[in-house]
Write a protein that binds this ligand. Structure first.
Ligand SMILES: [Zn+2]
Ligand SMILES: [Zn+2]
Length: 336
């Protein structure tokens, strides 16, 4: 079978490898679509900390089920899977928080991912497709990350939620927040991304170019209260450190984006709000099933998110174009 291996930062190589052999406890998948994630874009550029090469990338998958012992699925059915392998015995796993397992292994990060014609996954990770399209299945993973962030924010119905970053995770989070009944504001420095967001979804957008203008806009939008929930989906240090000033008293600040530096807040600013700060990492099976069912019931519309499609055979040649801001990539999908 053909695989696409990221041999060193900035270099992809198509290689022939033997098809993985089925074994007990695992399921064999024929890959149909793979969504390209920020993780893949950073890994290819060598900007992903603790990343080892060579590595086959890809963890946002729509696949045909070939064989194995996963329940509720038959050969020929479509599916996706949770790309997070949790240990099942650490303190986080014992309390059901498999998403932040202390020994978590992520497919396409710590071990080879799905940019390959066939892929073998532990059967308990399989999520049956239940009539979702291949496009929809490829979007279940990023939507689940967002669903988890919204779950971390708890009761947001009727509340104003201010989301920073109109990239794929910020967009997915906005969509899930809308679905949960929130009033969504989305801030970004790129006008093109905001135009994309507001053309498909009823989201209030903020062009965050001039901080003093922006804070006034948020103040007006919230009637002077500021936002009861602020979610950072930029993974940008400056955005995270400045995020607190947009938070209402008694509010919650959720970090779904990740960067690698220490961040600082003014303690009095944090204290006077009695603010709650939470991180949101990956997603659980419950989030995946919820997203799949919301898409299945037509409660969530995710199709607008796919803006670019690349045939598997030309990914190596076309990957660089995904970094060009002028191309306005929201979600690019590899097609097999
Ligand atoms: Zn992803
Ligand atoms: Zn664990």
């Amino acid at each position: 079978m053909k695989v696409l291996n990221c041999t060193t930062p900035g270099h992809f190589e198509y290689q022939d490898k033997p098809e993985p052999a089925s074994r007990a406890g695992y399921s064999l998948l024929r890959i149909q679509k793979v969504g390209i994630c920020g993780t893949d874009l950073h890994a290819y550029k060598g900007r992903q900390p603790y990343f080892e090469y060579p590595r086959i990338l890809g963890h946002e998958v729509a696949a045909e089920y070939v064989s194995g012992d996963a329940p509720d699925i038959r050969p020929g059915d479509l599916c996706t899977f949770l790309p997070y392998i949790s240990c099942g015995s650490c303190i986080a796993c014992r309390s059901g928080k498999t998403n932040c397992c202390s020994r978590l292994v992520v497919c396409g990060v710590h071990l080879d991912g799905a940019m390959a014609e066939y892929y073998l996954v532990p059967s308990p990770l399989i999520i049956p497709g239940e009539n979702l399209s291949e496009d929809e299945l490829a979007l279940v993973e990023p939507m689940s990350i967002a669903a988890h962030a919204i779950r971390r924010a708890e009761n947001i119905k009727g509340k104003q939620v201010l989301i920073f970053g109109a990239g794929p995770i910020g967009m997915c989070t906005s969509i899930l927040a809308l679905q949960a009944g929130a009033v969504v504001g989305l801030a970004d420095v790129h006008a093109g991304r905001l135009a994309f967001a507001s053309s498909f979804y009823s989201i209030h957008t903020f062009l965050n170019r001039d901080p003093s203008h922006f804070i006034n806009e948020v103040r007006n939008w919230t009637n002077g209260d500021m936002a009861p929930v602020v979610i950072d989906a930029t993974g940008n240090l400056q955005a995270i450190e400045s995020g607190l000033q947009y938070l209402a008293h008694g509010g919650q600040f959720i970090l779904v984006g990740l960067q690698k530096e220490a961040f600082h807040f003014s303690h009095p600013e944090f204290h006077k709000r009695e603010a709650t700060l939470k991180s949101s990492r990956n997603a659980t099976r419950k989030d995946f099933i919820r997203v799949r069912d919301l898409i299945k019931n037509k409660t969530l519309s995710v199709d607008p998110l796919i803006t670019h499609r690349i045939p598997f055979g030309v990914v190596a040649k076309q990957f660089e174009t995904l970094y060009d801001p002028g191309n306005l990539v929201m979600k690019a999908v590899i097609e097999f």
